[in-house]
Ligand binder design. Structure first.
Ligand SMILES: Nc1ncnc2c1ncn2[C@@H]1O[C@H](COP(=O)(O)OP(=O)(O)O)[C@@H](O)[C@H]1O
Ligand SMILES: [Mg+2]
Length: 360
């Protein structure tokens, strides 16, 4: 009997343990995944979000989720690859093939080397392909045409929704050729599209759509101000992505364009405290191994998050860099740290300020 397919809600719960915030992206991903796991057709997804906002984390969360349950692991094969790899292979005209071959290899790892090729091909044809850093295959960089990017986009778009993708089989499969129907492969592409935010902002303030973004009146106490409130979500059009260097044909392969939120101080606090791979957790484990219990006061954490939020281009990556500066001297010689009688090392706001400065 077929086992039940998880619902989007059931899928999103474990995903949001790894991915803090980004509810919309988690939702879209969960819906696509639920449909895909049920064997139904689902549209491909393009995720756009600034660096360090959680795009790769979300992809990895899906991989971990699928691997964590035997029944799901048996049903799905997922690969994650860097778009630059496609560009490399685009020169030989084989970029699309690379994706299928990766899926095929992965299916073989999962099912075992003596699985019939036919089964493996079927698995590959219903897999999930994450293509990360897809903004690196833009068709133009500045005024210059980017041939590798153009070719990689072409390869991807001919791969997506293609009834019959020809591939050269690897040695272990006996060589020769095969054809794969890729229409059931779920593609999720992601990229930071750096500069897109600024160019759309410019378009609606000083560019071709000058005046489209109107200032809003903000009343704060006795003060009345005019403020421009800009949310990329309200203004992004396909044309902006064409201008960025993604071809219309390429974009037409995606049913959903998902914009990730930029992370504010509150989310950064949560990521710092809760993300499974946060540098705080890592430091705690390190001190634990030396018999020291590390704790940061809420005010200290807030100060670290505030400092990180001052570098929005790094997203949550800034947390690591900021925390490094704070914790470095303590980590150098944990044995000599004067801890409380309970073996605890408490870092409070003054200690953080001493390293980072008082901030603004
Ligand atoms: N929404 C998030 N939830 C949890 N951790 C996050 C989130 N965004 C970023 N991070 C953390 O920041 C780092 C970079 O995130 P990543 O997902 O690689 O960013 P990108 O959007 O550039 O792919 C990772 O270590 C990750 O743990
Ligand atoms: Mg990434």
């Amino acid at each position: 009997m077929a086992t039940q397919t998880p619902t989007p809600r059931e899928i999103s719960r474990p995903l949001s343990r790894w991915v803090i915030g980004q509810e919309r992206a988690v939702r879209e991903m969960s819906i696509a995944l639920a449909k895909h796991l049920a064997g139904l057709s689902t549209g491909n997804i393009l995720m756009i979000g600034s660096s360090g906002s959680g795009k790769t984390t979300l992809m990895r969360a899906v991989e971990k989720y699928l691997a964590s349950q035997e029944e799901l692991a048996r049903r799905s094969t997922v690969v994650r690859l860097h778009a630059n790899l496609l560009a490399e292979h685009a020169v030989g005209g084989r970029a699309g093939e690379v994706v299928i071959l990766r899926l095929l290899e992965k299916a073989r790892e999962q099912l075992g080397a003596d699985t019939p090729l036919k089964t493996l091909l079927r698995r590959a044809a219903s897999g999930i392909a994450f293509v990360d850093e897809v903004d690196k295959i833009r068709a133009r960089v500045g005024e210059q045409a980017n041939v590798a990017g153009i070719r990689a986009q072409e390869a991807l778009l001919t791969l997506i929704e293609n009834e019959s993708v020809p591939i050269d089989l690897p040695q272990w499969a006996g060589g020769g050729r095969a054809r794969v129907d890729s229409r059931r492969i779920l593609f999720v592409c992601a990229g930071a599209f750096e500069g897109l935010y600024d160019s759309v902002y410019d378009r609606v303030t000083i560019g071709s759509d000058r005046g489209a973004l109107q200032p809003m009146t903000v009343v704060q106490g006795s003060e009345v101000r005019q403020e421009l409130k800009f949310d990329l979500r309200d203004w992004l059009r396909n044309e902006d992505l064409f201008d960025y260097g993604m071809t219309p044909q390429f974009l037409s392969r995606f049913d959903a364009v998902v914009l990730l939120e930029s992370l504010g101080e509150d989310e950064l606090v949560r990521i710092f405290l809760e993300a499974p791979d946060s540098s705080y957790r890592e430091a705690k484990a390190y001190f634990d191994s030396h018999g020291v219990h590390l704790a940061l006061s809420p005010a200290a954490v807030r100060r670290i998050a505030a400092e990180a939020a001052r570098q929005p281009r790094l997203g949550a990556r800034a947390l690591k860099e900021v925390f490094r500066r704070v914790i470095c001297d303590y980590e150098y010689d944990p044995a000599s740290i004067t801890t409380g009688s309970d073996g605890a090392l408490l870092i409070d706001e003054p200690e953080v300020v001493a390293v980072l400065g008082a901030g603004s």
